[in-house]
Design a protein around this ligand. Structure first.
Ligand code: ADP
Ligand code: MG
Length: 487
């Protein structure tokens, strides 16, 4: 916790507590009228009024994050309300409950704050520590490779209701890595919704502002591969030492640790070392931690120590804002109706939203044409499917079986042969993309498989689409065939 926080010193009297309760109830009544019910329940109901002492009201909030959220989002409402209820000399102090895994919760107190004054000062920058050299990787921070992509930053990430909590938590973690109560921070949600962007933005921010020295971004797959290599090359001690020296460790897509027991054990020990040393851990996952299968219980429990925040599909306004931002970045222009056409039709994946723009702009520059709505519709017809088509899972299975020359029994059967399993995954991917069926239903159509198998299939295909030219071609061709068969 920041230095300015002091331990709770003065005993509160019964009178001070009841006075606080009384004024806080009046405040709540005003606040309730000014914000929506959900926000009220989330952010104000958990607050406890501790005491009112000479016009200074102390309220207790459940965490540092909570405090920051309220200050960022409700500062002026809270200020107005308290000045109204208590009078214009009113002051507000926060008491923050610090949950630590090893000790009882303790309360710390922020310095009292005169409501007339400007918001509080920034925290002092944490000083960088010097650390022992280790050989396997370079210990020199200038040579150290973070594997961060600078294009993922907070400046170009659009905030919306779909990602507000995750973004706020991410910024807070980036500001004070390891020194906050949400360690680890887990960002979870579906494909293409900004998880990688957010977790890398944390790393980029923390590195640029020297909030953390050794920042490492790694996908869980890469981690697992390097771990196995290290075992094979007898370098496991170096590997462990390397990871134990990271200040901010970002692991993307931890669902891929499923079933990898030895890797999980290594992660478990690294996690413990880093967590105990107040080093920050940031994770991303394609579903809530408690729905992860094939991970050890003790690891799951640790992953839930901090804060989990989800990213959801963006709403229309957010989609529009993202499109505008991307256009600005590229210095490109499109008419309003074309932008609205895309925002209306590409609804559940931001990567696809970007894909549409890229395709339009590429075609426009290739043919030297201005993009009007009808041209946009033609160019994007592969991506934005016609809503009048009636695509069923049966049709998809048939198209995929034809394409890969496998039998209808195989696609529903148990065979793990690469050609068959691969085709099955592709079919599941299309079923998810092109029909409104639930994961459970899709699983049933494929021989009664579990919904997590379907998620895995979709992720695998999505991943292969990015890395394999052949897969891209297959998907494009199959998409067309399914569409034609559904006419
Ligand atoms: P995920 O890791 O969840 O699959 P990504 O982080 O790779 O998704 O996001 C897909 C693409 O969409 C990236 O290019 C990312 O920059 C972009 N993106 C996602 N969310 C936003 C947002 N809120 N604002 C701007 N760009 C976004
Ligand atoms: Mg990702």
């Amino acid at each position: 916790m920041p230095n300015e926080l002091q331990s709770e010193q003065h005993q509160t009297t019964g009178d001070e507590k009841s006075a606080a309760d009384a004024v806080w109830q009046q405040c709540l009544a005003i606040i309730r009228d000014n914000i929506n019910n959900q926000s009220f329940k989330t952010w104000f109901e958990p607050i406890v009024a501790l005491r009112l002492r000479s016009e200074e009201l102390t309220i207790q909030v459940p965490s540092q994050f909570f405090y920051e959220w309220i200050e960022e989002n409700y500062y002026s409402l809270l200020k107005r309300t308290i000045l109204d209820v208590i009078g214009h000399h009113a002051k507000l102090a926060y008491s923050i409950v610090v949950q630590q895994s090893t000790t009882e919760p303790v309360t710390v107190r922020l310095p009292q704050q005169q409501l007339e004054l400007a918001p509080r000062e920034r925290e002092p920058k944490p000083s960088l520590t010097t650390r022992p050299a280790f050989e396997f990787y370079k210990s020199n921070v200038h040579k150290f490779e973070s594997f961060l992509n600078p294009k993922y930053n907070f400046e170009n990430f659009i905030k919306g209701d779909c990602n507000a909590l995750g973004l706020a938590a991410a910024k807070s973690v980036a500001e004070t890595p390891g020194k906050n109560t949400f360690n680890p921070l887990v960002i979870y949600g579906g494909v293409g919704l900004g998880k990688t962007h957010i977790v890398q933005a944390i790393g980029n921010y923390a590195r640029a502002r020297q909030k953390a020295e050794f920042v490492l971004y790694v996908s869980s797959e890469k981690f697992a591969i390097e771990f196995v290599n290290a075992i094979q090359n007898g370098r496991i001690a170096d590997f462990s030492a390397f990871y134990r020296n990271i200040d901010l460790l970002i692991i993307d897509d931890i669902q891929f640790f499923a079933g990898k027991e030895k890797t999980q054990e290594e992660i478990f020990h690294i996690f413990n070392t880093l967590h105990q040393a107040n080093k920050q851990i940031v994770l991303s996952c394609d579903r809530p931690i408690k729905e992860l299968k094939g991970l050890e219980e003790r690891l799951l429990s640790r992953f839930q120590w901090g804060l989990s925040a989800d990213v959801q599909a963006p709403d229309y306004e957010t989609r529009l804002a993202i499109l505008h931002r991307k256009l600005d970045q590229d210095g490109a222009m499109l008419s309003r109706e074309v932008i609205e056409f895309i925002a209306t039709n590409v609804t559940n994946n931001i990567r696809e939203l970007e894909g549409c723009l890229v395709k339009l702009l590429a075609t426009a520059s290739l043919y030297g044409k201005d993009i009007d709505l009808s041209l946009a519709k033609t160019i994007l017809k592969d991506i934005i499917r016609d809503r009048t088509l009636n695509i069923t899972i049966d049709t998809i299975q048939k198209a995929v079986c034809d394409y890969y020359s496998i039998s209808a029994n195989d696609i529903k059967g148990k065979s793990r042969k690469q050609e068959i399993a691969g085709a099955r995954q592709v079919a599941m991917h299309f079923a998810k993309q092109l029909t409104n069926s639930s994961l459970k239903t899709i699983g049933l159509y494929f021989g009664g498989r579990d919904h997590s198998t379907v998620i895995h299939a979709c992720n695998t295909v999505e991943h292969d689409r990015e890395t394999s030219e052949q897969m891209r071609k297959d998907l494009e061709e199959l998409g067309k065939r399914i569409e034609i068969m559904s006419l």
